[in-house]
Design a protein around this ligand. Structure first.
Ligand code: UD1
Length: 342
C-alpha cells in the first residue's frame, strides 16, 4: 500500500471531494483543508462512507497566512498538494473583484510559499478552459493562446498559472501541473457526494436537475441563434469522476519524477463537444422525463464553442475520460433525486 500523505485544499467541494475519494482508493493518505464557505461537513461523511476511511480534516481559511504556516509545521511529511480551494462564481467575481483576487491569489501565494519548503514539493493547480476564451481553433490544444479574461474569476486562473510558472522558473525543486478543466458535471455513482450549488445555479447541469426536481420552473436556454448546428452553445462536459482521476495520475507523474518540465499544463476534457440542446436531450433520455425549457437571450460573456484536444493528457498522463454524456447526466440526476428525497 502506498501511504503517501497528500493535502487537498477545498477537499469538501465538488471536484475536491471526488478527488479525495479517488486518492484514497489509490491508497494515498489524505488531509483536507476547507473553510466550509461553500461546502458542508456532510461531505466528509459521504467520502468516508464510499471509501471506508475518514480523511484527516482541518477547518482552516487559507487567507490566514500564519495558520497556513502552522499547519505545515505539523504536516511537514506531505508529499503533494492539490489546490482546489477558490471562489468560482463568475458573476460574483465581477461584483466583488477584490474578494476574488484575495481568495484565489493570496491563498495560492501562501500555499506555494509553504510547498516550496517541503522536502517533496509537488503541486497541482485547478485551472480552467476559461483561460482560452473563444479559441480560434477547435479542438483546443494547450498551445492555444491565452485570451484576455472576461471576468476577475477568469483572471485569477490566468494569473494563478503565471504565478506558478514564475515560481517554478526560479525553484527547480518545485514540480507543478495546472489542469485546465473543461465543464465538470455529474456525481459519484453511489450518490453519496455530488455538486451542492448554493442559491440559484449558474451552471447548466445543476439548473437542469433542479428544474426536473421541481425547484425551478423552467430552464432558460441562453441563445439559439449561435453559429452552431442547432444554434445553441457547445461545451465539453466531463464526468467529475473522470476529472478526479486525472488529478491522481497527474500527481503520480510528479511523484515518479516523470514530468518533462517542472511546470506543465494539461487540458482535461472529453474531446467531445455537446450543445445545450444535446445536454437536455441526454437528460431526457436517462431520466425518462420531459424538461421544461424556453429559449432566452444570449448570456453576456458566453463563448460559442469550446471543446478540448486531450492528446497531451492521453499520451503523457496515460489518462482518458471514460464516461459518456448520458452516464454523467444519469449520475447528476441520481444525486439530485437523493438530495431532494425523490
Ligand atoms: C462557466 C463559466 C466559466 C467556468 C465554468 C465552470 C461563465 C460565463 N463561464 O462556463 O468561467 O469556468 O462555468 O464550470 O459563467 N446555459 C443555459 N442556461 C443556463 C445555464 C447555462 O443555456 O441556465 C448554457 C450556457 O449559455 C452555456 C452552457 O449552458 O452555453 C454551459 O454553461 P455553464 O454551465 O454556465 O458553463 P460555461 O459557461 O461553459
Amino acid at each position: 500500500m502506498n501511504m503517501k500523505k497528500i493535502l487537498v485544499t477545498g477537499g469538501l467541494g465538488f471536484i475536491g471531494s471526488h478527488t479525495v475519494v479517488e486518492l484514497q482508493n489509490e491508497g494515498f493518505d489524505v488531509v483536507i483543508i476547507d473553510n466550509l464557505s461553500n461546502s458542508s461537513l456532510d461531505v466528509l461523511q459521504g467520502i468516508t462512507s464510499i471509501t471506508g476511511k475518514a480523511p484527516i480534516f482541518e477547518k482552516l481559511d487559507l487567507k490566514h497566512k500564519y495558520s497556513v504556516k502552522e499547519f505545515f509545521k505539523t504536516h511537514s511529511d506531505i508529499v503533494g498538494v492539490i489546490h482546489f480551494a477558490a471562489s468560482k462564481a463568475v458573476g460574483e467575481s465581477v461584483e466583488q473583484p477584490l474578494m476574488y483576487y484575495e481568495n484565489n491569489l493570496n491563498t495560492l501565494i501562501y500555499m506555494l510559499d509553504e510547498v516550496c519548503n517541503l522536502a517533496s514539493s509537488n503541486f497541482i493547480f485547478s485551472s480552467s478552459c476559461t483561460v482560452y476564451g473563444q479559441a480560434d481553433e477547435m479542438p483546443i490544444t494547450e498551445n492555444a493562446p491565452v485570451k484576455p479574461a472576461e471576468s476577475p474569476y477568469g483572471n485569477t486562473k490566468q494569473i494563478g498559472e503565471e504565478i506558478i510558472s514564475d515560481v517554478c522558473r526560479v525553484n527547480s525543486n518545485l514540480n507543478a501541473i495546472s489542469l485546465r478543466y473543461f465543464n465538470p458535471i455529474g456525481a459519484h455513482k453511489s450518490a453519496k457526494i455530488g455538486e451542492l450549488p448554493i442559491g440559484v445555479p449558474q451552471n447548466l447541469v445543476p439548473f437542469i436537475t433542479q428544474t426536473a426536481s421541481g425547484l425551478r420552473d423552467f430552464l432558460s436556454v441562453f441563445g439559439n441563434d449561435y453559429p452552431t448546428p442547432d444554434g445553441t452553445c457547445i461545451r465539453d462536459y466531463i464526468h467529475v469522476v473522470d476529472l478526479a482521476k486525472a488529478h491522481v495520475v497527474a500527481l503520480q507523474r510528479l511523484l515518479k519524477g516523470g514530468n518533462e518540465a517542472n511546470y506543465e499544463t494539461f487540458n482535461v476534457g472529453t474531446g467531445v463537444g455537446s450543445s445545450v440542446l444535446e445536454v437536455i436531450q441526454s437528460f431526457e433520455r436517462v431520466s425518462g422525463l420531459k424538461l421544461k425549457y424556453q429559449f432566452a437571450e444570449r448570456r453576456s460573456g458566453d463563448i460559442i464553442t469550446a471543446y478540448a484536444n486531450t492528446d497531451k493528457a492521453n499520451s503523457k498522463l496515460g489518462w482518458t475520460s471514460k464516461s459518456t454524456l448520458d452516464e454523467a447526466m444519469l449520475s447528476a440526476w441520481n444525486w439530485e433525486k437523493k438530495i431532494r428525497g425523490l
